[in-house]
Design a protein around this ligand. Structure first.
Ligand code: ZN
Length: 303
């Protein structure tokens, strides 16, 4: 019996790897049925084998996990970019395109109760009327009117001719100015022109300039951080990804406004800059990851 055990133990590894003939296998199984010692030995051989295969699988599961988080990241990132693109596309479409003044743009009718009705030409889809009562001129009120349309209104909404009625406050005389929003003087379309106010121009909004400076500052700070983490590749990647946005914003601004800091129709221009900058950002991100992938492949092939 003892002798047979020794033979069995010698060929057990081969048996475990299924590298024995059917006859030998049968012979071993017959022996294992009756010999608890050899059965134990056989079981013991199973354990390290399992552990070893676990160690083999571990990098693979890690890789799987890595791929899964990468896929989730990509989905989340894409969702954010698509949402931002849609929102800014809508903002571009809905942003006002102001009409400069021309005589057919507005017609005015005086009503019996001393109010006036201002009717806009059909091309106007929206307007705003703001009142200024703080004038020094003998309590005279004045109103500013601006009129615009938008891509969205032109494509989807048929509002018809817009009109508004302006009521005289406390029956005091008033004046109405039309604001062209293009650098031209405001045009007095009703009432007495205010003395010394004739050359009033509505100034463009300077906000695009502020946002441009902010983007440039942010870019500067991120570049400093980039230099600081130059040797930590995993942080550096993220810093580079962040840097690409202010850079995209600056490119977007230059495309929309050139080197101007001011805009007469800030909402439209700003929405356009955001829209463009996101598109540019997507492109740059893609370029960045392709560049990194190529470099990784190059480094891998070196070894
Ligand atoms: Zn045995």
């Amino acid at each position: 019996m003892k002798n047979e055990c020794n033979i069995i133990r010698d060929i057990l590894p081969l048996y475990r790897e299924k590298m024995v003939s059917a006859d030998t296998s049968e012979f071993i199984e017959e022996h294992l049925k009756n010999c608890s010692e050899c059965r134990k030995e056989c079981d013991r051989m199973k354990e390290p084998k399992v552990m070893r295969s676990n160690a083999d699988i571990l990098p693979l599961t890690k890789l799987k996990q890595k791929l899964r988080t990468k896929r989730i990241k990509t989905i989340v990132f894409t969702a954010i970019l698509v949402t931002a693109l849609l929102v800014s596309a809508f903002a571009v479409m809905d942003a006002p395109e102001y009409f400069p003044y021309f005589s057919e743009l507005v017609s005015i009718t005086e009503n019996a109760d001393k109010s006036i009705t201002i009717t806009f030409d059909e091309i106007v889809t929206d307007y705003q009327c703001s009142s200024y009562s703080d004038t020094s001129e003998e309590g005279r009120h004045y109103y500013q009117i601006e009129a615009w349309t938008s891509l969205w209104d032109r494509w989807f909404s048929k509002r018809g001719a817009q009109s508004t009625t302006i009521q005289a406050e406390e029956h005091l005389p008033f004046s109405v100015y039309y604001v062209s929003n293009n650098g031209q003087e405001n045009v007095c379309i009703y009432g007495q022109e205010l003395a010394g106010d004739g050359g009033m121009i509505s100034l463009p909004r300077l906000s695009p300039g502020y946002y441009l400076i902010l983007a440039a500052l942010f870019l500067g700070v991120m570049l400093v951080i980039w230099f600081a983490v130059k040797n930590k590749s995993n942080i550096k990647i993220w810093v580079e990804r962040i840097i690409l946005y202010p850079a995209s914003y600056i490119i977007g601004h230059t495309v929309v406004l050139g080197f101007d800091f001011a805009s007469y129709s800030f909402p439209r221009d700003f929405a356009l800059i955001i829209f463009l900058s996101i598109l540019i950002y997507c492109g740059l991100l893609l370029g960045h990851s392709i560049y990194r992938l190529r470099r990784e492949i190059k480094e891998m092939s070196r070894y």
